[in-house]
Design a protein around this ligand. Sequence first.
Ligand SMILES: NC(=O)c1ccc[n+]([C@@H]2O[C@H](COP(=O)([O-])OP(=O)(O)OC[C@H]3O[C@@H](n4cnc5c(N)ncnc54)[C@H](OP(=O)(O)O)[C@@H]3O)[C@@H](O)[C@H]2O)c1
Length: 367
Amino acid sequence: MTFPLVRMWMNSIAAGPLRTEIMIDQIEAINTESELEEILTRPRPQLLEVIKTCASPLLILGAGGKMGPTLAVLAKRAAEAAGHPLDVIAVSRFGDQASRQWLEARGVTTLSCDLLDARAVAALPDTENILYLVGLKFGTAQNPSATWAMNTLVPARVCERYPRSRIVAVSTGNVYPLSAVSRSGSVETDALTPLGEYANAAVARERIFEFHSQRNGTALALLRLFYAVELRYGVLADIARKVHAGEPISLGNGSFNCIWQGDANEMILRSLPLAASPPSVWNLCRPEIFSVRQVAMRCGELLGREPVFSGHESDTALLGNSAPLGAALGSPPTPLEAMLRWTAHWVKQDGRNLNRPTHFEVRDGGY
Ligand SMILES: NC(=O)c1ccc[n+]([C@@H]2O[C@H](COP(=O)([O-])OP(=O)(O)OC[C@H]3O[C@@H](n4cnc5c(N)ncnc54)[C@H](OP(=O)(O)O)[C@@H]3O)[C@@H](O)[C@H]2O)c1
């Protein structure tokens, strides 16, 4: 069964990309993974303008994770819609063969490569444009050396291989320490003094990019992302699943930022012209700060369950202020209420869960 608004949205696909902006928050429900993937990879006109200026090929490094597959297909669909010939090359180890097949079926070239291997990096194709998604976060407590190696050696190899390319590197909001909730989020010029090995390795990742950008004049944009969300993973899915299961929701880290993954991916692509040397640095999230309690209460209404809470809100949380990127690229189009409606519906119908919890409640930097 297809909901009427989803049908309207599907009709809008035939009508072309200009309709998407009007439709996105009118979609009542997302019922299947293919509907979800269509929405996540549907290009807006703003993206077509940028993609037309992107020389082929576009290389996406670390493309086999949660964001890379839909990012690569978004780029491909934007190029097709713009009538611009663009090879999109997704590079990853592709432990998950399903994501490799999914990409190939949608016109994205895949290359299996361990980016820790300098010879393999040397053999990658030349390119003017790189999106960098490689990272390692979870499991740091058990194997910190792997986190440090992945987040420092790989950026160095990539920068040495591509000194003349434009690079958009996705960093994380974890580079900041917790900030006062009353302050409305860390800003890009704040000191990078976070707690924990993962966060400090993420600072090192940025510093290595910055060092090479300064030394070689490599054009670089660093995007500090605060929680991309879609229906199969993310902080909203984590909260909604706990509400649905009657599990306690920790309020210690009582506020957060997030952004719909389709919007985050679009902004990553549209940041290519923002790359500069010395690097430009931007927080990437929706402009609002959200309350865990209020989000859980709204999920409770949508799911017909009473949320269970544990602890209470602190004065500080991991928060970012994304005003500068919003001023440069415009506000991300997908509002919280639409994300919550879709997430609650997805959870209620037992939609697929990647089983990769965000651990949004962590305050001591231990992942
Ligand atoms: N998703 C979020 O909410 C979020 C929030 C803040 C920051 N970020 C940042 O955004 C980036 C992308 O996010 P994501 O959620 O897609 O991350 P992810 O799921 O961890 O994906 C990154 C991918 O990089 C690939 N990779 C790791 N080491 C590699 C190596 N040696 N050689 C080749 N590929 C390697 C892995 O895929 P293979 O196994 O196929 O190699 C991995 O799945 C990450 O760097 C993360 O720091 C994400």
